[in-house]
Design a protein around this ligand. Structure first.
Ligand code: ADP
Ligand code: MG
Length: 648
């Protein structure tokens, strides 16, 4: 029966087949022809008419039908950009960047000129920009500067089905401004069919359907649950690769995050090397949120003749980014999902089973250019009985402090009656208000204070913003924005290759002399790097990731600009660490923990046991009281980035 390779058994056999190969053409010709083959092309005129006739339009079409890349271009061609920009929001940074890059190619313009993108800490637009792709969070922030979105003639809230927190809030805001800006066109586009819900929300806005997917997808389930889905996914991919014709299609595997993808990449490289030269080349293409821009383009490059591509992706490839030529999808059935417990205030990112809606989307990725196959690494029983129908909207499983601060600074005082499409739990709203009150951002009437107004200027978590605002009082704004930038640059500041772990760990301890704590260590790293005039060599010598440092520098530059905007002078106090620690504490006092007899810690606010992360400079020191930047749940609940707190 089934064609099997070490342990992954599917219900039925997978026969080999091949597809016709298209003839060679110039890249630009191909681009233009490609545009015309997209499902949306046939409906161009009809769509433009519908936009003309209605202020709000809900657009539904399968992923890959051309909504994101084509519709803004059509509107541009039809003259909408004469009246203002066309803004198109994306839930994911990578999607905003890659789509903008694609559209600029299709229009034959330089990225950042007529077509640009904006994501947090990175603005690639100019005066010329008429098509602006951006994360939903960025458009949300634009409301702070331009509450009517005057500069826009069209706003397209794209990937609406993802129901991210920012998209959820945007719905409420754009619905509101559409009332007093009749000239503004509003497009809500979505890949799935719960469009009725969007239509209802937008006062029965008409739904424009771009008809469906042309090819069948065969779905295969495993016979039994897989204990190790990472291994099962790799084995399945190799099985496809060696048994199916190389020219017939590429493979897409869904993983939960960067680490998993990197592990899979290593294993795949190792195993294909083991298979020798008898098998066709397998090109491994990872894609995840923090993938450096220069590597992102690789996944879109056409697969060379005789080779096969295997794309290792996070949820990004589920609907946000479309990769052509995928014929096989391997779906382990998991994703990383944020969850929030308002009672403890704990936010965590956990590997969770996906919903049925996600599973359907994932499978659909294989049937775009021809019949596809989807290998689900779970049983049909699991799918039918254990998976939720839909993914819970983010607004119902996240910390709302940031959003509440943004809404308050937009002058939306009555949050309980805000027109949420998916209302957040009351408890989570209360918790957010309580935190903002404690931080001094709101007064006891729930009104925004001067501190809160300044905090809202920073595109950061309120605790970080408070730390920055407090640095004025402690006269150490220079140091504090360096620390904030380092904390925001990502968790991989240190480079720790397997064969040099001892050296890497020694290098790291250099920054911890005097048990100064992790925040100060980050500051020392940044300052030392700056002293070397941002030397790459210095990073290598100290086992520091150059890329993360560059990102920290970019973020710091922006924070510097924002300091000026809230009129906090650059002040430095590097000889005295106390004021710096005080400023940190002013923001992070809700994250206080006290040591217990056995070396574990107990949070001050809720009775919860936590530990200092082994990578912390204080892991062996165990101060009596500490404050921490964040909690991460791995084998235990760990505090990461820890500084000693003086009880007084
Ligand atoms: P939708 O938004 O309906 O999911 P898109 O407009 O994103 O569809 O994609 C339409 C087509 O554009 C895809 O089939 C793909 O071929 C192409 N495309 C999109 N983004 C890129 C990119 N960054 N690089 C190359 N091709 C892309
Ligand atoms: Mg899209």
């Amino acid at each position: 029966k089934a064609s099997v390779m070490d342990g992954v058994e599917f219900e039925d056999e997978v026969p080999a087949e091949s597809l016709d190969k298209s003839t060679e053409k110039s890249a630009f010709e191909k681009l233009q022809e490609g545009r015309k083959t997209l499902p949306v092309y046939k409906y161009r005129d009809e769509l433009l008419q519908a936009v003309e006739d209605h202020q709000v339009l809900v657009i539904v079409g399968e992923t890959g039908s051309g909504k994101t890349t084509q519709i803004p271009q059509y509107l541009h061609e039809a003259g909408y950009t004469k009246r203002g920009k066309i803004g198109c929001t994306q839930p994911r940074r990578v999607a905003a960047m890659s789509v903008a890059a694609r559209v600029s190619q299709e229009m034959g313009v330089k990225l950042g000129h007529e077509v640009g993108y904006a994501i947090r800490f990175e603005d690639c637009t100019s005066e010329k920009t008429v098509l602006k792709y951006m994360t939903d969070g960025m458009l949300l922030r634009e409301f702070l500067v331009e509450p009517n979105l005057e500069g826009y003639s069209v706003v397209m809230v794209d990937e609406a089905h993802e129901r991210t927190l920012s998209t959820g809030i945007l719905f409420g805001l754009v619905k509101d401004i559409a009332r007093f800006r009749p000239d503004l066109k509003l497009l809500i586009s979505s890949a799935t069919l719960d469009a009725a819900k969007f239509s209802d929300y937008f006062d029965s806005a008409p739904i424009f359907k771009i008809p469906g997917r042309p090819f069948e997808v065969e779905v295969h389930y495993t016979k039994a649950p897989e204990a190790d889905y990472l291994d099962a996914a790799i084995v399945t991919a190799l099985q496809i690769h060696v048994t199916q014709q190389p020219g017939d299609g590429d493979i897409l595997i869904f993983f939960t995050g960067q680490e998993e993808i990197e592990t899979a990449e290593e294993i795949l490289k190792h195993r294909t090397r083991g298979l020798g030269t008898k098998i066709p080349e397998l090109i491994i293409c990872p894609i995840y949120a923090n993938l450096p821009t220069e590597l992102q383009a690789k996944i879109f490059e056409p697969t060379p003749e005789g080779a096969r591509k295997v794309v290792l992706a996070t949820n990004i490839a589920e609907t946000s980014v479309t990769i052509d030529g995928i014929k096989y999808v391997i779906d382990p059935g998991f994703c990383k999902m944020k969850s929030y417990n308002p009672r403890t205030g704990m936010e965590s990112l956990l590997v969770t089973p996906i919903s049925k809606a996600s599973a359907t989307q994932r499978a659909g990725r294989s049937g775009r250019t021809g019949p596809g196959k989807c290998f689900r690494l779970y049983t049909a029983y699991n799918h039918d009985n254990d998976m939720d129908d839909n993914t819970v909207p983010e607004i119902q499983r996240t910390n709302l402090a940031n959003v509440v601060l943004t809404l308050k600074s937009l002058g939306i005082h009555d949050l309980v009656h805000f027109d949420f499409m998916d209302p957040p739990p009351a408890e989570a709203l209360l918790k957010a208000l309580e935190l903002l009150f404690a931080l001094g951002a709101l007064n006891k009437l729930g009104e925004l204070t001067k501190v809160g107004r300044r905090m809202a200027e920073f595109p950061l978590d309120p605790m970080l913003s408070k730390m920055i605002v407090a640095s004025e009082k402690y006269q150490c704004s220079e140091e504090i924005i360096s620390i904030a930038a380092m904390l925001s640059a990502g968790s991989s500041i240190f480079y720790r290759p397997k064969d040099k772990q001892v050296h890497a760990d020694i290098a790291r301890t250099n920054f911890h002399t005097g048990n100064v704590g992790d925040h100060i260590a980050l500051l020392k790293i940044y300052s030392s790097w700056k002293e070397t005039n941002y030397s790459t060599q210095w990073c290598y010598e100290n086992y520091i990731q150059v890329r993360s440092m560059k990102r920290a520098r970019d973020i710091r530059d922006q924070l510097e600009g924002l300091l000026e905007r809230v009129e906090i002078k650059p002040m430095s106090n590097s000889n005295d660490l106390e004021p710096i620690k005080k400023a940190i504490t002013a923001g992070f006092f809700p994250h206080t923990a006290r040591m217990q007899k056995n070396g574990s810690y107990r949070k001050a606010k809720t009775p919860q046991t936590v530990y200092i992360h082994p990578s912390s400079g204080l892991a062996q020191v165990l101060p009596r009281w500490v404050i921490y930047h964040e909690l991460v749940l791995t084998t235990k609940e760990y505090m990461r980035q820890v500084t000693e707190l003086k009880p007084e």
